[in-house]
Design a protein around this ligand. Structure first.
Ligand SMILES: [Zn+2]
Length: 116
């Protein structure tokens, strides 16, 4: 497999994992008896990092969760659970970090250069 194909496959897999955790968290939030903009009650969400084996919980309010997912390519992870080749940290809060996916096309370019 050529390096950019490998990279694209890895990217897709990680994003898929993160999206499934985000969906899980969304359903979780729907079941919580709080308003979507509640900023007091801490809710245990699952870490949305790309590690398939990570099932650790992070605590955040409904308001923080909603804010962290203001864009479709943003995810909430435990501090340090960042895959630096596919995403960057956009904010660091108490107990979690918000990461944003790199743009796929731009990064395929970057990956080709990085791997020669
Ligand atoms: Zn994690």
């Amino acid at each position: 497999m050529r390096s950019e194909e490998w990279w694209a496959a890895r990217h897709a897999r990680l994003v898929k994992n993160e999206e499934s955790f985000r969906e899980y968290n969304n359903r979780r939030l729907e079941r919580e008896p709080v308003d979507a903009d509640d900023d007091e009650e801490l809710i245990p969400f699952v870490c949305e990092c790309g590690n398939f084996e990570c099932v650790q919980a992070l605590l955040a309010t409904a308001d923080a969760f909603t804010e962290a997912h203001s864009a479709p390519d943003r995810f909430m992870v435990i501090p340090g659970h960042v895959f630096e080749d596919i995403e960057r940290v956009v904010s660091t809060r108490d107990g979690y970090q918000v990461v944003e996916k790199f743009d796929m096309d731009v990064d395929a370019e970057w990956a080709r250069e990085a791997t020669g």
